[in-house]
Design a binder for this molecule. Structure first.
Ligand SMILES: Cc1ncc(C[n+]2csc(CCOP(=O)(O)OP(=O)(O)O)c2C)c(N)n1
Length: 629
């Protein structure tokens, strides 16, 4: 079907093509990407934007020895296609298939695993030092987007790299977008360079002209340079990077393959740290993605003609409930503020941003800054709510401890995507947060059993003068009982099912709806009678409720979608130990490993957290227990 793509099985095959053929190949790759991602879902817009850039990188460099680090890594699909993974591309992000991010375990062409943003320059610089210590000779490149450049790590790395004088190429892929429109002063700065690109061309021509005037030309230019700051700042694009010790090259057209090859070849021969500024268009070549790059950042399966999502219409998500509840609270309390680190849509904050633009802050991909920024707002008497994915909050760990909890400031963390997130896999699962948050003094940690309870918890948080964390999962919200009134203000957990004392289940957060089904099934199919507790509070735990019920039961299970180490279950075990209660507690939780990518239902099944697997385990152990009595 594809004249050139069919023959591409490694970068060596690409190197056989002439520029005209590569331009046809670029079209074929776009067609292939759109078709394939329309079925598997994935990060389409970013990949359509880097087709020519990736082709040029693989033409000029040899990734069996040269190292390219893809920041975030969501834009590495073209790289995957060119490096021998085209024939398994239909397995992208599926369980057992290839990952949506670079993986060293997947290919010799992947040199560093990514998923979280802004790491590439640090990793590349480390590799550059390693290369030189080894006395090796190869090129090392970091490909970083303008969005990822808003992350603090990127600046720390630029600061170090600029002084290091190491041979290192930073390719800045500037498409003016993060997931949403990019924010911040660096973004404005890049925008100025872009809009002045024509002016710089004129400037180069004038400079050449003056230089060529016999006798005085060079002197005139030197004098101009000496008058430094004002003139130089006016004359040199990318002066910020130059002043940091980089050689700035650009801006160049990121969709012009031949130009890219020419410039990359030049960069390859230069020494010291180089910043190559490349301008691309997110979604290039597919109108719906070009027109709506945010919506096409990450997609499920979609109809190619219309661009419409074809997965079944889901009910309201936890993120939407969180966003709407916060709007509701903010209407009553003008001290409520909302903060996001570049994820206004994903975290459900778009409506808040629209309703209260002056009380909404998108700080860029800067979670650590977002936490301390929130602490500052709280210190001024405000009620900041930082909505953030569980996995990305890991970035702000010390800030939660040092800047929020140590000072007992009333910042609320709305922790979205807690638990397994599915196809994005290892780098994105929110499987550690109960463990990493529970150790922090002063922090109230809650997890709602359903969408309705999430609303109550947000209202509860508004009324606390302490730090609060509320963790909830990705996807459609379940409502167990619309009429259920919450007595959350008592600070207590609740019994949500009780038809006897054969088995006790304590389920954290959204494990409750599954546990409820298990209880009903146990009763109907096996006549095993059970009690189900929703603890609501992970910390401080409702010790009384738990101890009372533990005493009444023999078969006790704790279910949580968090790693078993340091999770809620291990804290209950500690509680029993401290109270000298010698009872076996069985923890159904995630194992101590990084969980791979795949559909969440498949993963829940594999790791024993689906209704079916919980039910089977309890029945098996219960029946064994009866036999052994
Ligand atoms: C630490 C962290 N926070 C948030 C994200 C979510 N995220 C994934 S891609 C992205 C935007 C990246 O923008 P940019 O680097 O410009 O790449 P583009 O998609 O525009 O090519 C964000 C915010 C992340 N991957 N890592």
């Amino acid at each position: 079907m594809y004249k050139f793509l069919n023959e591409i099985n490694s970068p060596d095959d690409l190197k056989k093509l002439n520029p005209k053929e590569v331009n046809i190949l670029a079209k074929e790759i776009r067609h292939f990407l759109i078709n394939s991602i329309s079925k598997t879902g994935g990060h389409i817009a970013s990949n359509l934007g880097v087709v020519e850039l990736t082709l040029a990188l693989h033409t000029i460099f040899d990734t069996t020895k040269d190292k390219i680090i893809w920041d975030v890594g969501h834009q590495s699909y073209v790289h995957k296609i060119l490096t021998g993974r085209k024939n398994v591309f239909n397995t992208l992000r599926q369980y057992g298939g290839i990952s949506g991010f670079p993986k060293r375990s997947e290919s010799i062409h992947d040199h560093f695993d990514t998923g979280h943003s802004s790491t590439s320059i640090s990793a590349a610089l480390g590799m550059a030092y390693g290369r030189d210590l080894n006395k090796e000779n190869n090129s090392i490149l970091a490909v970083i987007g303008d969005g990822a450049l808003t992350g603090g790590m990127a600046f720390e790395a630029l600061n170090h790299a600029g002084q290091s004088k190491k041979n290192l190429i930073v390719v800045l892929n500037d498409n003016e977008m993060s997931i949403s429109k990019n924010v911040g002063s660096i973004s404005t700065y890049l925008n100025n360079i872009r809009t002045n690109a024509i002016y710089y061309k004129v400037r180069d021509d004038v400079e050449n002209l003056i230089n060529n005037i016999p006798a005085i030309g060079k002197t005139v230019m030197k004098t101009a340079e000496k008058a430094k700051d004002s003139i130089k700042y006016f004359f040199v694009p990318g002066i910020l990077f130059e002043e940091m010790g980089f050689k700035y090259i650009g801006p160049i057209d990121g969709h012009n393959y031949s130009e890219l090859c020419r410039v990359l070849e030049r960069c390859k021969k230069m020494s010291g740290p180089i910043l190559l500024h490349v301008i691309t268009k997110k979604g290039k070549g597919y109108a719906p993605a070009e027109n709506f790059p945010s919506q096409f950042h990450g997609v499920g399966s979609f109809d190619i003609d219309t661009g419409k999502n074809i997965s079944t219409k889901k009910s309201i998500s936890y993120s939407e409930i969180a966003g709407r509840s916060l709007v509701k609270q903010a209407e009553k309390n003008e001290r409520i503020l909302a903060i996001t680190a570049a994820m206004p849509e994903g975290t459900g904050l778009s409506e808040f941003a629209k309703n209260f633009p002056e009380r909404f802050f998108d700080v860029g991909i800067a979670e650590q800054h977002a936490v301390t920024f929130s602490a500052g707002l709280a210190a001024m008497g405000y009620k900041p709510f930082f909505a953030v994915y569980s996995t990305f909050l890991q970035r702000g760990y010390d800030q939660i401890i040092h800047d929020v909890c140590l000072q007992n400031l009333p910042v609320t963390f709305l922790i979205d995507r807690a638990g397994l997130v599915g196809n994005d896999g290892e780098t994105h699962h929110g499987s550690l947060d109960i463990s990493y948050l529970s150790t922090i003094p002063n922090l109230i940690i809650m997890s709602p059993k359903d969408g309705l309870e999430l609303e109550y918890m947000i209202e509860y948080a508004v009324n606390q003068e302490k730090p609060v964390a509320i963790r909830y999962p990705r996807g459609s919200a379940i409502i167990i009982d619309r009429n259920m009134k919450s007595d959350i203000y008592t600070g207590k957990g609740e019994v949500i099912y009780n038809d006897g004392n054969d088995v006790l289940i304590i389920a954290v957060g959204h494990m409750n709806p599954s546990a409820l089904k298990v209880c009903e099934k146990l009763s109907i199919e096996k006549n095993i009678k059970s009690t189900l507790i929703n603890p609501r509070f992970i910390k401080p735990m409702d010790e009384e409720l738990i101890l009372d019920n533990v005493k009444k039961h023999k078969n006790i299970y704790i279910i949580e979608d968090n790693t078993k180490i340091g999770g809620f279950g291990s804290q209950v075990k500690m509680l029993l130990n401290e109270n000298k209660i010698l009872k076996e507690i069985k923890i159904i939780a995630l194992p101590d490993k990084f969980i791979e990518h795949g559909d969440t239902n498949t993963l829940y099944d594999i790791y024993g957290l689906s209704v079916d697997s919980i039910y089977k385990r309890i029945v098996k152990e219960y029946e064994e227990d009866i036999r052994n009595v």
